[in-house]
Design a protein around this ligand. Structure first.
Ligand code: GLU
Length: 317
């Protein structure tokens, strides 16, 4: 990653960052009270609830980490960021936003009710119906090559070296496939209205594989830095604006408003316990701690990002 102007001219905000991450790790690692590890996908219930990692990658490409930052976990809904970026780059915004909306949803991420009430168009690409629609668009266009193309694209965003790309955790994929009644219902509903571009099973297979891509917080903070840096040569600015805009308004399920108040930065969470966060023109940040609050967001992750945003004045204030 080439350093951006702010780094070349010496951005004081990167100074002392390792100490800040270490301090926040110490204070937030055990702040999981009331949180529960997701268990509706059986494999996710096997994750150690005590894991915690926090990484930040500056727009200059330097990564700082604290905690269990080499531990891989399935991206779950965080993969929807890369899938949306891929779809926007491949099909263009007009085609994508004809199939999914751009407005927040106050219902849970797997709500069926909103889908029926919103003229069969998923409200946004980050709720499950919207992400299944995006997967269906990609699966229709690329067929069997779809998952390879998404993996290669996500690996580039994450700065992975050639030959060391991200991979799918097949155990998690199988576990999710066999317990996916709700996601199947969403897909069948969209198929019944003629909205789904390709078959239910092809759409879901790609969607579940994307959710099962494994990454660590260093990878995710690098994806955040790519977005923070305007997409580098991988994404158009139009794609970056759309992705960051939707992360700001819809990134933390029905807790997106509260997150905007506490942290004030675009972010996307997943039921894995990860949160990918972007401080535009400054850095990408990723946190991982599996216990979730009742809205589906990492309890300690939310606390850590609140602390980091304030300590580093990442929203400029
Ligand atoms: N694979 C998960 C599901 O479809 C993703 C949910 C999430 O992380 O929000 O249920």
């Amino acid at each position: 990653m080439q350093p951006s102007e702010s780094v070349r001219s010496g951005n004081a905000r990167t100074e002392g960052i390792q100490e800040k991450l270490d301090r926040i790790e110490k204070t937030c690692r055990l702040r999981t009270v009331g949180g529960k590890v997701a268990s509706y996908i059986p494999e996710l219930a096997n994750v150690d609830p005590k894991l915690f990692s926090l990484s930040a990658t500056t727009v200059g490409g330097e990564t700082f980490s604290s905690g269990d930052s080499s531990v891989l976990f399935s991206m779950q809904s965080i993969s929807k960021v890369a899938a949306l970026a891929f779809a926007l780059e491949t099909f263009g915004p007009e085609r994508v936003f004809r199939k999914v909306g751009t407005e927040p949803c106050s219902e849970p991420f797997n709500s069926i009710m909103k889908l029926e009430m919103s003229s069969n168009t998923p409200l946004n690409p980050f709720i499950n119906s919207g992400a299944i629609m995006i997967a269906s668009l990609i699966a229709e266009a690329l067929g069997e090559k779809a998952i390879g193309a998404v993996l290669a694209f996500t690996s580039l965003l994450a700065g992975r070296a050639p030959g060391n790309g991200l991979t799918v955790n097949e155990r998690i994929y199988e576990s999710e496939t066999s317990t996916a009644d709700r996601n199947r219902s969403l897909a069948y509903f969209m198929r019944s209205t003629g909205a789904l571009p390709c078959g239910v099973e092809e759409s879901l297979a790609l969607y579940f594989r994307m959710c099962s891509i494994e990454a660590n917080t260093k990878d995710l903070s690098f994806i955040g830095a790519t977005l923070a840096n305007g997409g580098m040569s991988l994404l158009s600015l139009e794609t970056v604006y759309a992705v960051l805009g939707l992360m700001s308004t819809c990134g933390l399920y029905s807790e997106s408003g509260q997150f905007a108040i506490q942290v004030g930065l675009p972010a996307k969470s997943g039921v894995c316990g990860g949160i990918l966060c972007v401080a535009p023109a400054q850095m990408g940040i990723a946190v991982f701690s599996p216990p979730l609050d009742e809205r589906g967001n990492s309890v300690a992750g939310f606390a850590a990002l609140t602390a980091l945003s304030r300590e580093m004045k990442l929203r400029g204030l």
